[in-house]
Ligand binder design. Structure first.
Ligand SMILES: C[S@@+](CC[C@H](N)C(=O)[O-])C[C@H]1O[C@@H](n2cnc3c(N)ncnc32)[C@H](O)[C@@H]1O
Length: 248
């Protein structure tokens, strides 16, 4: 008999929630420091790949302190951008940053990526950056993104992956598994070892082809991906099938 996966999922949810609540105050600093500011370029690329246009509605899930939501808003100032996350501390920092920016659309909404507080097919674009890996049930998370995307709209995922070149891979793994956890845990003061969890969760995450297949299995079509910065990150793009929702 197979056991229910739910207890593990509940534990992961609790762990991830308290980990991000604990590092929220240092999250932006560490992002810039540990990625040598490449994270900004990746989010700009993701915003462009979303195909957002004026008058459209975008939802950025697992939005954290809002940087992808801001990239979307900068890419397309005429769009409405909603930022959702289940950690209030992260959204509060995003809201303060939005006030300071003084431009663009940014509406924070507290919500779990596995049970988004939105009706079906509400958004033209649904994005996630470095978040879907943390969701306790990856396939259910992608399916939930697809559910709130309108038929013909886009779901876009920016996530870490492992570089393919052996030389880059070796250097990257050394940095990612040895240097980054020590620096990150020390600066964030994370009692949860957040920056040890980061490489471990990336190494467990499906590769780009497998992730593309999962997106297809969740009702997304025309799925493609782009590797960036030597394959350190991948940007996956899928469209919700036009006949989705017409099913019985
Ligand atoms: C690594 S951060 C990424 C934040 C932001 N997207 C960025 O690009 O910097 C992951 C975020 O996902 C959020 N998160 C993880 N699991 C979640 C869930 N089940 N529902 C909503 N948010 C979740 C965390 O609270 C955290 O803010």
């Amino acid at each position: 008999m197979t056991e229910s996966p739910l207890p593990d999922e509940d534990l992961k949810r609790e762990f991830v929630h308290s980990m991000f609540a604990g590092i929220a105050h240092r999250y932006d600093l560490l992002n810039s420091l540990l990625s040598a500011r490449f994270d900004r370029r990746w989010r700009r690329f993701t915003a462009k790949a979303s195909g957002l246009r004026a008058g459209m509605r975008a939802l950025d899930i697992c939005s954290g302190t809002g940087d992808l939501a801001f990239a979307l808003s900068d890419y397309c100032p005429g769009a409405t951008v909603i930022a959702s996350d289940f950690v209030h501390e992260m959204l509060a920092i995003g809201a303060a940053k939005s006030l300071k920016r003084g431009r663009g659309s940014y509406a924070p909404v507290l919500g779990d990526a596995l049970d988004l507080p939105f009706a079906d097919a509400q958004f033209d674009v649904v994005t996630v950056a470095f978040g879907i890996r943390n969701v306790a049930n990856l396939k259910a998370g992608i399916a939930e993104m697809a559910r709130v995307t309108r038929p013909g709209g886009r779901a876009v995922i920016l996530e870490f992956t492992e570089p393919r070149s052996p030389i880059l891979r070796r250097a990257y793994m050394l940095y990612f598994t040895r240097v980054l956890p020590k620096l990150g845990n020390a600066i964030s003061g994370s009692g949860h070892g957040a920056y040890s969890y980061l490489p471990a969760s990336v190494l467990r995450f499906p590769g780009p082809d497998e992730l593309a297949d999962m997106m297809r299995a969740c009702g997304l079509v025309n799925v493609q991906y782009h590797l960036r910065t030597g394959g350190i990150v991948a940007v996956h793009i899928g469209e919700r099938a036009v006949d989705a929702g017409r099913a019985a």
